[in-house]
Design a protein around this ligand. Sequence first.
Ligand code: GLU
Ligand code: MG
Length: 437
Amino acid sequence: MTNSPLVFAATCDLAGQVRGKAFPLSEHTKRMKNGIGWVPTNSLITCFDTIAPSPFGSLGDLVIIPDANTEINVQLDQDSPSERLVLGDICELDGSQWALCPRTILRNALKRLKRLSGLKLNAAFEHEFQLTNLEVQPGEAFGYGAFAQHRAFGESLVSALEQAGITPDTFLKEYGARQFEITNGPALNLQSADWAVLLRELTKRSALAHGNHASFAPIADPEGVGNGVHVHMSFLDENDRPATFDPAHELGMSDVAGAFISGILKYLDGILAITAPSDISYLRLTPHRWSAAYNNLGYHDREAAVRICPVTASDNEKRAKQYNFEFRATDAAASPYLVLAALVHAGAQGIEDALPMPAATQEDLSLLSESALHEKGIVRLPQSLNEAIKRFEQNETIQSWFGQQFCDVYVAHKRAEIEHLCELTDLEKCKQYSKVY
Ligand code: GLU
Ligand code: MG
């Protein structure tokens, strides 16, 4: 059999789905320049393929212009064709920015951060997922036995990442039933989100090649553990020197990083609609699941929305390189571009407003009364997507970062997603989401 290689040019859209069109490799030069056709209403296709009421209707034309820096050509095994995939920006026909392109929205957020502070973002993603069709055995959590059983899958995934130019970090059998975790090393700015998009696809493709379905759904069973995405962040200054650590601070946090975190926590109840964007995301964001239920900064605490991560080095120069904080209130139903855009805008707002670093908690917040939480300036996060969307809509500052048109489309999209599921039980919803993420 002969075949003509196809290159898939894609966006990771408002539903966190990688969608696009393929062109023949023989057309590569032309298509990398001119892109592939796209339409505005595609941004209203929900993860279930329903279309939310669209302000664009059948009108309008756009193009996805591929970015050569994101192009991958990965051979998973000898028998399958290469995974040729390239990510791009959704543009107007003349090549100018389209206001609803998630990748462009992130690029603009990063420009704002740079303009305000001179900082570049260094980010690394930890992804949890489940291989849905495995038999569950007791004693598998973090186990060598379970790892060894799935070594071939893990090694092909790590090879896929390496072939794609993504730095692998760790692969493990996570705590939950059928649950695994794959973490990549840090990358700068836009590239860190590109890597997250590509890693999800490569994980799914590698799992499929081993006869499994990898699901990144935020939670597969309301009674079980969630699949989190944890985003580790640190900064580099204009001279590419670490800017997150300050040896003089009792917890090691620089002023600018403290202000950035303050901004995230201040706006978290509204940006949650972007970072935890599925109906079932809120089953995961509950106390005692090691996810995040409050807008708190935690010191070495895995129940915090933002966690100060440990460092092992003893000299300050090395500590400064290792020092990072982690955002835990997100999942893979979200486009990595929009997650980082929301975090960067909120953080930049914190820097612009010179917010002081919040006090770090080191206790079980679910045991505190509402007034005790209030005294600490901490709130319980919204407990449904509906509630998070309302907070998103009502917050004029958040609206100003994303623009009115994006916000209106995003809210319409998410309302249609909620509507699609309204007759289902939580478990049925989880099953639906497990198929699409
Ligand atoms: N599964 C947890 C989550 O939903 C995270 C567990 C961990 O700390 O790795 O975020
Ligand atoms: Mg984990």
